[in-house]
Design a protein around this ligand. Structure first.
Ligand code: TYD
Length: 209
């Protein structure tokens, strides 16, 4: 039996990491096995590529270079971690995946959704997630921007509000092109309620019990 790939997406500060932790806790509590991984990174080579991409000193990186580095890191992660787990029949849950590239490089950096999808189809040999949970919160309503100032730890957190607005629009475009694969989940102020929505969605889709 072939496993399933579920990816999580969203703009900065929407509570994606918290929701992933909650989902992991739920799966552990109910004895359901899943492999959690993240992008960019998730294995030694991809982590090195991640460090190059996110290094705040690499201000001169061109959008195409950036998109190809993300695709390279993703290709390695798929080949070494995700594909083998899917072949073992496992559930794989990935924090960010190809739709981050569609939104950030395609939308915000201006390469266009179709170009980024084409690069990634090649890099991933056509692998697509079975389901993508998009935590749908526009940047002006992001929890983090209301509660604490953005840190300046990586090149993306340094970008301005206009950039993050374009990222959001890029996600909306990705959702339109996804033929129902990307499902929007609006987060609630109560984090536990958001978790419940996500768990219900995964149950409805027959991915978890
Ligand atoms: P990370 O610290 O993992 O951010 P987060 O906690 O928000 O997921 O940094 C990843 C950054 O890289 C994030 O700002 C989004 C960006 N990114 C892209 O621009 N394109 C991509 O394909 C991926 C996977 C991430």
């Amino acid at each position: 039996m072939k496993g399933k790939l579920v990816t999580f997406e969203g703009c900065e500060g929407v509570g994606k990491s918290t929701q992933l932790k909650q989902l992991q806790a739920y799966l552990e509590k109910t004895g359901q096995k899943a492999l959690f991984t993240r992008e960019p990174g998730g294995n030694a080579i991809s982590e090195q590529i991640r460090a190059v991409i996110l290094n705040p000193e690499n201000k001169e990186m061109s959008p195409i270079c950036e998109a190809l580095l993300y695709a390279a890191a993703r290709a390695q992660l798929v080949e070494k971690v995700i594909q083998p787990a899917l072949e073992r029949g496992e559930l794989v849950i990935c924090d960010r995946f190809v739709d981050s590239s569609v939104a950030y490089q395609g939308g915000a950096r201006g390469l266009g959704a179709e170009t980024v999808i084409a690069i990634n189809d090649y890099a991933l040999k056509g692998l697509k997630p079975d389901l993508t949970v998009f935590i749908d919160l526009p940047p002006e309503r992001s929890f983090r921007s209301r509660t604490k100032a953005l840190s300046l730890e990586d090149r993306f957190e340094n970008e301005n509000q206009e950039f993050h607005k374009k990222v959001y629009e890029g996600y909306i475009r990705a959702a339109e092109l996804s033929q129902g694969r990307i499902v929007k989940v609006e987060p609630c102020a109560d984090k536990a309620q958001t978790t419940a929505k996500i768990i219900n969605l995964l149950r409805q889709k027959g991915i978890i019990v």
